[in-house]
Design a protein around this ligand. Structure first.
Ligand code: NAD
Length: 500
């Protein structure tokens, strides 16, 4: 555990030299058009740094360098063991700079420094190391042909991969894409969210120091409708790996169709159901886990357990315990290591959350806790844990992704009913079921329309298992060996054998 105090982090943030330029072909450069925009600290509303506002000119330049690097072959065609060594070095460098990277994350998007340092950074570093370690253990296949032929099935990198990512776990979401994409031998262009570009920009220098060749890893900060759109429409980008909202995911799929039919992997939004059966066990434990399932990271989590489905016989008791626990999670200064809920990413997101709370009240749900912004004198954006009871699955707050600390509690009488409610959603990212009955748990797991199902936990998992959604939550899979396959394509080589 880090021994750094709030004063230490504050002092460190004052010493930081923030880089805001794009990273193209091995160097930091201003946007071709000269545009910049300010990144804002959501904790106090103060500007942090000027960021390059890249557009289609920068996209064109970066894609040309990415393609040239891919053709050059010093990364795309080098031995996998060599890519492994370089990426392991990158993981080590990230480890050496983990406090700085964690600080960038917290300053940029408002999450508590303890979470940045103890959750986001270890996970991002592990992702780079894990994919590095995996890549020299991936084999091709020999087809079961007749004796006059030899059929080789090999995996090749795709070419130029554009990764477009959100702001809620900036470095972690970036690494989930770039680690397998780089390990597989692609040239990668990372477009971080305009709300959280700092850690991605810093990562570029570490990749250069680790020995990733020029043009193989580039970072283009800027807005979605400018540089993001340009990458998505570019005819020389082979793959678009996206994490973000369903609305933008749909748009990107259209861009792929309008241009070169590039491969697209979409990791989109969710409205996940956390189902608590009456036989689930210790209510204090479940209350704590159900609270963290929605309030962790200020509720800005794609798999947030935002719909809590509770068997009616224990609902009132559980709601009281969740409220008692969540009262201790009041938002505070993200740089204070004791803070468990930080700032909401920006004013627009805070307005969105407030709008949903107002709608919840209007549509007849019972507001039991929170509901109003707090710490308004700070100049930052803070919203407390908020809970609605008596929610109906038709209410807007039960249907739409709020992306804030707002929990909707829905009662049920039978597991069948709970599964029906859970599946009655356009999304299918995550679901959980809590019961001591194995039969009920596995039946629910089979029937829940969701990319991942947690049994007697929420949000468990590690690098060994895939992560992704079904329905309008997307179609890609991050993490595990399966994600390596997403960034490569199969090649068949058919050899005629003329011997006997
Ligand atoms: P967003 O869709 O607004 O933006 C995501 C990224 O897309 C950003 O980099 C943005 O600049 C870019 N973008 C926006 N418009 C674009 C366009 N027209 N063309 C190209 N790029 C464009 O999402 P957000 O607000 O940054 O993130 C929150 C969303 O991300 C939530 O819906 C959340 O559920 C989702 N998310 C999903 C996962 C997952 O693994 N499924 C993980 C984290 C977040």
């Amino acid at each position: 555990m880090s021994q750094l105090t709030r004063a230490d982090w504050q002092a460190m943030s004052e010493r930081l030299q923030l880089e805001g330029r794009a990273f193209i072909n091995g160097d930091y450069v201003s946007a071709v058009g000269g545009d910049t925009f300010a990144s804002i600290n959501p904790a106090n509303g103060m500007p942090l740094a000027l960021i390059a506002g890249c557009d289609e000119q920068d996209a064109a330049l970066a894609v040309a360098h990415a393609r040239a690097a891919f053709r050059r072959g010093d990364w795309s065609r080098c031995a996998p063991a060599e890519r492994k060594r370089t990426l392991l070095k990158l993981a080590r460098l990230m480890e050496q700079h983990q406090e700085e990277l964690a600080l960038l994350e917290t300053l940029d998007m408002g999450k508590p420094i303890g979470d940045s340092l103890h959750v986001d950074l270890p996970s991002a570093i592990n992702c780079i190391g894990w994919n590095a370690e995996a890549i020299d253990k991936v084999y091709g296949e020999v087809a079961p042909t007749d004796r006059h032929s030899l059929g080789l099935i090999t995996r090749e990198p795709l070419g130029v991969v554009a990764a477009i990512v959100p702001w809620n776990f900036p470095l972690m979401m970036s690494c989930w894409k770039i680690a397998p994409a780089l390990a597989a031998g692609n040239s990668v262009i990372l477009k971080p969210s305009e709300k959280s570009p700092l850690s991605a920009i810093r990562l570029a220098a570490l990749a250069r120091e680790a020995g990733v060749p020029d043009g193989v890893f580039q970072v283009l900060p800027g807005f979605g409708h400018t540089v993001g759109k340009a990458l998505a429409l570019h005819n020389d980008v082979d793959c678009l790996a996206f994490t973000g909202s369903t609305r933008v995911g749909k748009q990107l799929t259209q861009y792929a169709g309008q241009s070169n039919l590039k491969r697209t992997f979409m990791e989109c939004g969710g409205k996940s159901a956390n189902i608590i059966c009456a036989d689930a066990g210790n209510l204090d434990t479940i209350a704590r886990e159900a609270a963290m399932a929605i309030y962790y990271n200020q509720g800005e989590v794609c798999i947030a357990g935002s719909r809590l489905l509770v068997e009616n016989s224990i609902k009132d008791e559980l709601v009281e315990r969740i409220i008692a626990y969540a009262e201790q999670l009041q938002p505070g200064d993200p740089l204070d290591p004791a803070t468990r809920m930080g700032a909401i990413v920006d004013a627009a997101q805070l307005d969105t959350i407030c709008g949903y709370v107002a709608k919840g009240v209007d549509e007849g749900a019972r507001l039991r806790m929170g509901g109003e912004p707090v710490l308004t004198d700070s100049g930052g954006h803070y919203f407390p844990p908020t809970l609605f009871d008596g929610v109906n699955n038709r209410h807007t707050i039960a249907r739409e992704e709020i992306f804030g600390p707002v929990l909707s509690v829905i009662g049920f009488d039978t597991l069948d009913e709970a599964i029906e409610i859970a599946n009655d959603s356009p999304y299918g990212l995550a679901a959980a079921v809590w019961t001591r009955d194995l039969d009920k748990a596995l039946t629910a797991s089979r029937r829940l329309e969701s990319g991942q199902v947690y049994v007697n936990n929420y949000a468990g998992g590690d690098m060994t298992v895939p992560f992704g959604g079904v329905k309008q939550s997307g179609n890609g899979r991050d993490k595990s060996l399966h994600s390596l396959s997403e960034y490569s394509q199969l090649k068949t080589t058919w050899i005629a054998l003329h011997g006997n």
